[in-house]
Design a binder for this molecule. Structure first.
Ligand code: FMN
Length: 367
């Protein structure tokens, strides 16, 4: 198997950044940063994955400088001298091991209740105050609140560049704030940020434009997005290729360098009449590089189950066939890399029997 996967152990260049192989560590929340400050243990955690061969790390979601961004006081923030000093150490450790790393900027929007996080008195914010269709938890965001969140993302991108990160990922997936704007189920605005697809992408496009203006042309900006939402696994932002094209065009124009297409099973076709997955469609429609993801190397899909999951070579052949056809450029690996920091090197060496199962209980990480 190791030689069959050889095509994935080749370099890839993303907006001037050359990565040693095609494996990306998927962003995974750990909730292990007290007072939202990443400590030395966080730096060591990411360094171990670099030493284990991963080509690019996308960090756990980290909150931009907005009081309602996080719903957990142990999720690291991406602002404040103490937290940024912690992130500088993370960069230093990963760079010392020869690796590449980007922070994932994450604002939870209405996926937060009053009382949660480090600013418990601050109410949650989201486009129309809807946590999910029909469930109102607050008033719609004001124009000033929208502008503040856009500015917070842009500031985060600028800080990422200043601290020596290799790029930035903007978390537009899984039903959090950006996705709450994308999804008609949670966006009932009648201003420039709500209505048709173009208007619902405006918030994300404004974030990308502001981030791009802050970092300049040569700093990679990745946008993570998903059809599915935690509020509704069956939701689809774009039910047809034409809708997907309309969704992506303004984002690409705003300055996205690559799309991280979050699916829970990477091998699933996206639309009837083609076996291509969503990363393949996005690449075809935009010409931009894509990252695919979802249950690689595990014999059980990403479904929130609490039992241990065995690490296997499940779906490797499909992955290679899709890669050779040009459906994606990079593949993100999540849970397998939690229990096996050296998953990339072990797979390369064909040492699959030595891989440990992913055990959510043992890792005690929160989603
Ligand atoms: C413990 C855990 C935490 C996660 N946290 C995040 C996160 O902070 N941001 C994000 O975009 N996705 C997050 N995800 C989703 C992963 O990035 C990934 O898409 C998912 O685990 C599927 O990949 P896998 O099957 O290889 O694990 C998380 C997943 C897990 C298991």
């Amino acid at each position: 198997m190791s030689s069959r996967l050889a095509p994935l152990y080749t370099p890839f260049t993303l907006n001037g950044l050359t990565l040693p192989n095609r494996f990306v560590m998927a962003p995974m929340t750990r909730s292990k940063s007290p007072n939202q400050v990443p400590g030395d243990d966080v730096a060591a955690y990411y360094r171990r994955r670099t030493e284990g061969g991963v080509g690019l790390i996308i960090t756990e979601g980290t909150s931009p400088d907005h009081a309602a961004a996080a719903n957990d006081a142990a999720v690291p923030r991406f602002h404040g001298a103490d937290a940024l000093a912690g992130w500088a150490k993370v960069v230093k450790e990963v760079k010392a091991a020869g690796g590449f790393i980007m922070p994932q900027l994450w604002h939870v929007g209405l996926m937060r209740r009053l009382g949660q996080g480090r600013n418990p008195e601050v109410p949650p914010v989201g486009p129309s105050g809807l946590f999910r269709p029909g469930k109102r938890v607050n008033d719609p965001m004001t124009d000033a609140e929208v502008a503040d969140v856009i500015a917070a993302f842009a500031k985060g991108a600028a800080d990422a560049q200043r601290l020596g990160f290799d790029g930035v990922e903007i978390h537009g997936a899984h039903g959090y704030i950006i996705d709450q704007f994308f999804w008609e189920g949670t966006n009932e605005r009648a201003d420039i940020y709500g209505g048709d697809m173009l208007k619902r992408t405006r918030f994300a496009a404004d974030i990308v434009r502001a981030a791009r203006a802050a970092v300049g042309p040569g700093f990679p900006i990745i946008l993570r997005w998903s059809q599915w939402k935690q509020q509704d696994y069956t939701a689809k932002l774009a039910p047809t290729p034409a809708a997907l094209e309309a969704f992506l065009a303004p984002l690409t124009e705003a300055g996205v360098d690559a799309y991280h297409c979050s699916t829970r099973r990477f091998w699933e076709p996206e639309f009837d009449g083609s076996d291509m997955n969503v990363a393949g469609w996005v690449k075809k429609l935009t010409g931009k590089p894509t990252i695919t993801v979802g249950s690689l190397g595990l014999d059980r899909i990403f479904d929130g189950g609490r039992e241990p999951v065995k690490a296997t070579e499940a779906h490797f052949e499909t992955l290679i066939a899709m890669f050779e056809r040009g459906d994606f450029d990079l593949v993100a690996v999540g849970r397998a890399l939690l229990s096996n920091p050296d998953w990339v090197n072990k797979v390369r060496a064909g040492e699959l029997a030595a891989l440990r199962p992913y055990d959510p209980a043992e890792l005690a990480v929160l989603f």
